[in-house]
Design a protein around this ligand. Structure first.
Ligand SMILES: Nc1ncnc2c1ncn2[C@@H]1O[C@H](COP(=O)(O)OP(=O)(O)OP(=O)(O)O)[C@@H](O)[C@H]1O
Length: 571
């Protein structure tokens, strides 16, 4: 599935970049190859673990020591001599979590071999064998956190992976089965020149593509740009979204393109797919991460810490443990979460046929008298019109116009303990309801009560992150305090979208946030009017938003308590 073509403008840095083309050619070249011997440089070859384009991987045992490894074997004359390149990259990636150890490498006779850690199943195997259309959200969050961490390690050591895909992420064997390893550095490349210590240059010349059809970034795959750190991140983002999309990303559904036309169609589809469409129904962080990776400039260093934290917070917000361990098969969540969380964007009904029949029977027994039942407040006007028409039809004459009071509205969730909609955690749901109530509050006493409730919700689980819904509450609060009649630019959504592809502003250092929040805590008790409180809410939201992790600190909660107190004093 991985392809590469010519066009290296940075060939001085270790990497494989030469031309090879169709599947038929590769099969023909494999058929011409002689048989791999049973013993290669003291390694006894056991079963074949997998075969890629350029070679085969065997479980192998050292004939003297009994050490068991994975032996990557490739013919020396193979047109795609990836082992030769991997041999130079592995030493750069040693002694690091999630990187296979290299035990031996060399050439014996016609065979080039690499002896590396024997590992477990690839994410591709896991995904296929899962038997479901998508992976669960918790698993994807831990995959995201670990893959971003592995990329950070590789990038910090001056290496790009350039072929991020499910088959190249594998779990370890016990006791390392919760760790995800990166493998296959055949297309990896040093982006920091070891001699000059400088980043490889960008190029305006359109290059041939190196990477894989499914996840390579739009810039690299469809526009022929030189890959850099941002492209590894974008490939990872696409991979995470793929895992949560029923039947995967749309351009992966027709299999590997066999013709140039099919490949062009695939590229057009990939290029046209907007992040908001790809991520519809998914938690925001996936779309934000994809946007972020695409907003980076060629030489930009990604903020890995921020994104690892975002995926961790998402998992914790869903009620999962505060850990990046990949546990397979996925255990039951530690806290009750809506069913939809475990099966994102699945279109199967949440109840079976028998349960549905029972529900319908019960509904049939409900007595609403002559009144009309609606699903949504927005339908009220239409219902009033319809009721009028019906009444006319029955009586044959103009009836009294029914008032809205004659219509029972089944609320779409503004009050009470309604069920959170898909992908809304109970916490997010409560925050949304709080924001709605805040927008309807008519006095400071009411707002004060809501701030107290906000604090309670924020402290209800171990995550103290200001999520999108929490920011929404602060926006509403700010608006009510500043000037209820004026439209206010939201604090968080104005941050998350990059306008005209401008990079999203970087985080502020922690000490700035701590200083501002400490000042707010001190000064909130002296605020003389609502406008002053509004400015404080704005400062609080702004610095928290710009801090890594966006967590509410102890001082932050003290400020909110002070705010609630002050509101009761300022009438
Ligand atoms: N260390 C390992 N332990 C166990 N299995 C492995 C290991 N390395 C690779 N494999 C298996 O072999 C498959 C092919 O490995 P790898 O991707 O390194 O080879 P490749 O020839 O470069 O493949 P491709 O052409 O598909 O990129 C992997 O998907 C995985 O299932």
């Amino acid at each position: 599935m991985t392809i590469s073509d010519s066009g290296s403008d940075v060939g001085s840095v270790d990497s494989y970049e030469s031309e090879f083309s169709s599947d038929e050619e590769s099969q023909a070249s494999e058929q011409r190859q002689p048989e791999i011997p049973r013993v290669l440089a003291n390694w006894w070859l056991n079963e074949n673990l997998g075969s890629g384009y350029s070679g085969s991987i065997f479980r192998a045992t050292h004939v003297h020591t009994g050490q068991v490894v994975a032996l990557k074997v490739q013919h020396v004359n193979h047109e795609c001599p990836t082992n030769r390149y991997e041999r130079h990259l592995y030493p750069l990636l040693q002694e690091a979590k999630g990187m296979p150890r290299l035990f031996a490498a060399g050439v014996q006779g016609e065979w080039d071999y690499l002896a590396i850690d024997l590992l477990g199943a690839s994410l591709d195997n896991i995904y296929r064998k899962n038997g479901k259309e998508v992976l669960d959200l918790r698993s994807v969050c831990s995959i995201a956190e670990q893959v971003i961490d592995r990329l950070e390690l590789m990038h910090n050591r001056g290496v790009l992976h350039r072929d991020i895909q499910l088959g190249n992420c594998v779990i370890g064997l016990p006791p390392n089965e919760k760790t995800i390893y990166m493998i296959d550095f055949g297309f990896s490349k040093r982006y920091i020149d070891p001699y000059t210590n400088r980043h490889i240059p960008d190029s305006k010349v359109k290059r041939d593509f190196i990477g894989n059809y499914w996840f390579s970034s739009v810039n690299v795959h469809c526009r022929g740009k030189v890959p850099s750190r941002r492209d590894d991140l974008e490939a990872a983002a696409l991979m995470f979204i793929h895992l949560l999309t029923p039947r995967g990303l749309s351009w992966t559904r027709n299999g590997v393109p066999k013709t140039t036309d099919a490949h062009n169609r695939l590229m057009a589809e990939k290029r046209a797919a907007r992040p908001e469409d790809l991520c519809r129904g998914l938690p925001d962080v996936f779309e934000e991460f994809l946007h972020y990776s695409r907003s980076l400039k060629f030489k930009d260093c990604p903020n890995y810490t921020r994104w690892k934290q975002e995926f961790r917070d998402l998992a914790v917000d869903q009620g999962y443990p505060d850990s990046d361990e990949f546990v397979w098969p996925p255990p039951a969540p530690v806290a009750p979460i809506p069913k939809s969380m475990n099966t994102p964007r699945r279109h199967t009904p949440a109840v079976n046929a028998d349960e549905m029949e029972g529900i319908l029977n019960d509904l049939g027994k409900l007595n609403f008298g002559e009144q009309q039942v609606l699903g949504d407040r927005t339908n009220v006007q239409e219902a009033v019109r319809q009721a009028k028409k019906d009444a006319q039809a029955v009586s044959g004459k103009q009836s009294e116009k029914p008032s809205e009071k004659d219509v029972i509205v089944v609320s779409s969730g503004s009050e009470g303990d309604s069920i959170p909609p898909p992908f809304l955690t109970p916490k997010a749901h409560r925050l949304e309801k709080l924001a709605r109530r805040a927008s309807q509050a008519t006095d400071n006493a009411g707002l004060s009560k809501l701030v107290h409730e906000f604090i309670e919700v924020m402290q209800s689980n171990s995550s103290r992150t200001l999520t999108k819904e929490a920011f929404h509450f602060l926006d509403v609060l700010y608006k009510q305090l500043e000037d209820p009649s004026v439209f206010i630019q939201p604090m968080r959504t104005s941050r998350t979208r990059s306008v005209n592809n401008e990079p999203i502003p970087e985080k502020e250092p922690a000490h700035i946030k701590l200083g501002v929040v400490a000042r707010l805590k001190r000064e909130v008790g002296q605020a003389t009017n609502n406008k002053a409180l509004a400015a404080m809410v704005n400062d609080f939201g702004r610095v928290t938003n710009k801090s890594a992790g966006r967590t509410v600190t102890k001082d932050g909660f003290a400020f909110l308590e002070g705010l609630a107190e002050r509101l009761t004093v300022l009438h």
